[in-house]
Design a protein around this ligand. Structure first.
Ligand code: NAI
Ligand code: 15L
Length: 264
């Protein structure tokens, strides 16, 4: 791969990939509205607001792949989500369509399906049940990815990421955790695969307790290595047992599902 674009490069996952994908492509083109520091060897740094269509068109030129992490990553006011997530993702797909149709990894979220109960095992065919306005933006992104594949042959892996942090931060994340190492290996599998079409997948490690099934995506050959069990004793000692009547425990989206409407 010659040039791989990463949007949202200043964020939590962007930093993980900036380090973890060094050398994977000849050039990593890193982009964000926030400061990313200077470009290192094999890097290009481009400050760009995703809501600026002309700038995004420029940003997406000469790329062989795009990892689209940029946008608001938690629940927020609709008008803010409108710019960063709705408009930003549209601009990115338009840029990709106009500039050689590189494959896209769309960072979707478990909050696109967060109103399913934890007792329901999901796969790629499960009904979308967003738990927040933020989750709605991820459903929209997945729909856009589907449309751009069917209409224009732009391939996407829509990855419903669970919780990608160094380690789980509460009991829920023992089920939703994806290790940074597994995230990096998944990114390589996505861009190494001969084809993906529009593939919906879950971004989750090989945890003993989990709610999502990725069997349909075996053809891209990704096998998660890590398991949250190594943190289980520590997390269970630090957090009280969960109340199974608490909506944050009933629903997969946890606190996102349990909270009221953001704008009330
Ligand atoms: P983050 O909030 O740390 O990073 C997002 C980045 O996007 C920030 O650096 C921000 O400056 C940038 N951004 C926001 N609005 C922008 C705009 N208008 N133009 C350009 N850049 C803009 O989030 P994180 O944790 O790195 O997540 C990355 C992506 O993965 C997000 O799309 C998030 O929704 C998704 N995701 C992350 C999960 C996780 O466990 N970290 C779980 C599920 C989904
Ligand atoms: C997400 O979508 C968020 O971006 C991240 O910060 C976590 O809250 C994660 O979901 C989660 O559900 O743990």
């Amino acid at each position: 791969m010659k040039r791989l674009l990463i949007t949202g490069a200043a964020g939590n996952l962007g930093k993980i990939l900036r380090e973890g994908l060094k050398g994977y492509a000849d050039i990593l083109r890193l982009s964000d509205i926030a400061d990313m520091g200077p470009a290192g060897p094999g890097e290009e740094v481009v400050t760009c607001d995703l809501s600026d269509r002309a700038a995004v068109d420029e940003l997406t030129k000469d790329c062989d792949g795009i990892i689209h992490l940029g946008g608001i990553s938690i629940e927020a006011a609709f008008d803010d989500l409108l710019q960063a997530n709705f408009l930003g993702t549209y601009n990115l797909y338009e840029g990709a369509r106009n500039n050689g149709k590189p494959r896209i990894l769309f960072a979707s979220s478990n909050h696109a399906i967060g109103f399913h109960k934890r007792t329901t095992k999901l796969d790629d065919t499960s009904e979308l049940r967003p738990d927040s306005l933020y989750g709605v933006t991820k459903c929209y992104g997945e729909a856009l990815a589907s449309y751009y594949y069917d209409k224009f042959d732009v391939e996407t892996v829509s990855l419903r990421i669970g919780s990608c942090f160094e380690k789980p931060r509460d009991r829920r994340m023992l089920s939703t955790w994806m290790s940074p190492r597994d995230f990096i290996s998944l990114m390589k599998a996505v861009f190494d695969a001969p084809m993906t079409g529009h593939l919906v997948m879950y971004g989750v490690s090989n945890n003993r307790t989990k709610w999502w099934n990725n069997d349909h995506a075996d053809f891209i050959g990704w096998q998660p290595q890590d398991n949250s069990d190594i943190f289980r004793d520590e997390i269970e000692a630090a957090f009280p047992a969960e109340d199974r009547h608490d909506p944050a425990v009933i629903y997969q989206g946890g606190g996102f599902a349990a909270k009221g409407h953001f704008e009330d």
